[in-house]
Design a protein around this ligand. Structure first.
Ligand code: HEC
Ligand code: HEC
Ligand code: HEC
Ligand code: HEC
Ligand code: HEC
Ligand code: HEC
Ligand code: HEC
Ligand code: HEC
Ligand code: HEC
Length: 332
């Protein structure tokens, strides 16, 4: 192929790509979605009028607007940013009918008589009573999996499937922070997961209430390809994020057990020390028989049946050193 031809192809390809980017960057309305929203509102004759028109007549929603303007969706979105603009109607649907006849004069008149003017909000999308999936769709029209990476697995995730929607966790109008703040997270998750709350109150527990670990340290609430929405592919990898020293590989492994920490540990909390499913020796006696040994030096324990297994088998997660007898005993 001649250099010239190659160059022509390159320029063509580049301009197609650039044109594509350009159209993504403009903040044009997504036409089919807007029509769809009119259908949800049940009024095809409604139109988009813009936030200014929506809010010019009365000041009832000034607080909401102030918070929203200060949020990520508000503040970052100058026309130049190239991201889709978000305004009240992006979520609430076309507003022309709601503000029809809502003039500053009418508002003033109502105020004189001590009345609060309300817009005809029944003509907007009834967000609260939408099915959860449809509610989420309002967000997903912009937060596509491509734009928001961790939403890749949303649709198949247990939350989506069980009718939890975005706004169950993200409060849109409670302030300017739309993300879930780490401080609020535990309470938010536990409001639905009461049983989990109980587990984190057991005597041995991951320090969730102490705010040293968070639900999202181990789970991605938007859905994952793994079981229980774990952040990593396996339980072991999830735990190894923080407990790397237990990861191995060790020269002397505790068989295949270490592949799943849940064999011995309850990840949230337990009545037993060290988050153990059962208190040793019972934990160990599920799979081993106990033993006596002549190895002990103190007279009183000589020949005794040993119950504090990890006093001696202290490297229970695996060890690189053989026991003094030259075998893997996890004693050092
Ligand atoms: C990102 C989507 C989104 C945007 C943008 C948005 N809202 Fe909302 N709004 C919601 C959701 C979702 C609810 C329902 C909240 C709930 O379930 O409690 C809601 C509820 C409301 C309510 C009822 C509040 C209540 O407490 O009963 C008002 C009023 C409101 N929005 C006004 C506005 C105004 C004014 C704007 C523009 C400044 C706006 N919204 C922009 C999503 C949005
Ligand atoms: C019209 C498009 C649009 C709609 C509809 C929309 N968003 Fe957004 N949202 C954005 C843009 C753009 C940003 C800012 C850029 C970014 O952080 O990705 C943003 C930011 C956010 C953030 C903050 C991200 C951060 O890192 O601070 C959250 C959380 C969020 N949106 C949740 C929602 C929820 C929940 C809904 C539905 C109730 C929703 N959005 C509806 C466009 C939209
Ligand atoms: C079960 C609760 C829950 C649901 C449901 C949920 N989120 Fe989130 N979301 C969170 C939490 C918690 C965080 C912040 C912590 C994190 O993941 O790092 C977050 C973070 C985000 C962020 C910031 C992204 C980032 O990169 O950190 C965006 C945007 C967002 N969510 C959008 C959505 C949208 C859109 C939906 C619905 C399709 C949704 N979320 C549903 C809990 C939820
Ligand atoms: C240290 C990591 C970790 C933290 C922190 C954590 N989880 Fe988990 N969670 C897990 C693991 C691992 C499982 C799987 C347990 C199993 O299969 O027995 C799980 C299972 C679950 C389940 C499924 C319950 C079941 O019995 O199958 C829910 C719901 C859950 N977690 C919610 C939460 C919530 C809510 C928080 C925060 C308050 C949280 N988790 C914090 C690791 C964690
Ligand atoms: C609005 C209620 C609600 C909120 C808030 C909520 N969840 Fe859930 N969650 C559910 C429902 C419903 C299910 C599915 C049924 C079940 O397993 O209990 C579920 C399931 C789960 C599962 C189990 C998944 C599986 O495969 O079994 C985990 C893990 C989980 N949620 C974590 C969280 C975390 C972490 C948060 C906070 C960021 C959270 N949830 C917030 C309602 C909620
Ligand atoms: C985000 C970091 C993080 C992750 C991920 C994590 N842990 Fe922890 N783990 C901690 C912290 C912090 C402590 C408390 C240490 C302390 O208090 O000294 C702890 C303590 C423990 C303890 C001792 C509890 C006690 O009562 O002393 C065990 C056992 C444990 N984790 C097992 C696990 C297992 C199993 C997993 C995977 C399901 C896991 N951890 C995932 C941070 C983490
Ligand atoms: C065969 C059972 C077993 C398995 C499997 C197991 N543990 Fe443990 N783990 C224990 C026992 C027993 C203790 C208490 C040790 C002691 O008493 O000295 C413990 C203690 C811990 C501790 C707290 C004490 C310390 O040494 O820091 C952490 C953290 C821990 N395990 C993490 C893990 C992780 C991560 C996995 C998975 C990779 C795992 N464990 C798998 C039995 C097990
Ligand atoms: C779920 C079953 C299970 C549990 C629980 C368990 N183990 Fe094991 N353990 C095994 C298996 C399987 C092996 C490998 C045996 C083999 O290869 O001969 C092993 C190996 C060992 C060995 C090395 C044996 C040898 O022949 O070198 C010791 C020591 C040991 N375990 C101690 C413990 C102690 C102490 C506990 C309790 C903290 C415990 N195990 C809990 C299944 C278990
Ligand atoms: C006083 C220290 C001590 C205590 C306590 C102890 N062990 Fe051992 N254990 C040893 C020593 C040392 C060996 C190696 C003996 C040898 O190599 O001849 C051993 C060997 C083993 C073996 C492998 C040998 C075999 O029988 O096949 C297993 C399995 C085992 N212990 C399990 C346990 C369990 C389960 C407990 C708790 C009920 C426990 N041990 C308590 C010191 C102890």
């Amino acid at each position: 192929m001649g250099t010239l031809r190659r160059l022509v192809i390159f320029v063509l390809a580049a301009s197609v790509l650039l044109a594509g980017c350009e159209s993504l960057k403009s903040s044009k309305a997504i036409i089919p979605m807007k029509e769809y929203e009119k259908m949800i509102a049940g009024r095809l004759d409604a139109n988009y009028v813009g936030t200014t028109t929506c809010l010019s007549a009365c000041h009832f929603h000034d607080g909401i607007k102030r918070d929203f303007d200060a949020s990520t969706m508000g503040i970052q979105l100058s026309k130049q940013s190239g991201m889709p603009l978000v305004d009240c109607e992006s979520c609430h649907g076309p507003g022309s009918l709601a503000v029809e006849g809502l003039t500053p004069e009418k508002v003033a008149e109502d105020a004189k008589e001590g009345r609060q003017t309300a817009c005809d909000y029944k003509t907007l999308i009834d967000i609260r009573n939408l099915p959860a999936q449809a509610k989420s769709l309002i967000c997903l029209k912009c937060h596509t999996a491509n734009a928001t990476f961790n939403l890749h697995n949303w649709n198949a995730g247990p939350h989506s499937v069980n009718d939890v929607s975005c706004s169950d966790c993200h409060s849109i109008h409670k302030g300017s922070d739309l993300t879930v703040r780490l401080d609020d997270m535990e309470g938010m998750c536990e409001s639905c997961h009461q049983d989990v709350k109980v587990q984190f109150s057991l005597p041995s527990h991951h320090p969730i209430h102490e705010k040293k670990v968070f639900c999202v340290s181990c789970h991605d609430p938007h859905g994952t390809t793994t079981e229980k929405m774990l952040r990593k592919d396996t339980v072991k990898e999830t735990c190894s994020q923080c407990h790397a020293e237990k990861e191995g590989p060790f020269v002397f492994e505790h068989a295949e057990l270490m592949e799943d920490c849940r064999t011995c540990h309850s990840p949230h909390g337990s009545v037993n020390n060290n988050l153990l499913n059962l208190q040793p020796p019972f934990l160990c006696l599920q799979c081993h028989s106990g033993h006596r040994t002549s190895f002990a030096s103190s007279a009183e324990s000589k020949g005794a049946f040993y119950t504090r297994c990890t006093d001696c088998h202290s490297q229970i997660h695996g060890s690189d050193l053989p026991s003094p007898a030259g075998r893997r005993r996890f004693t050092q």
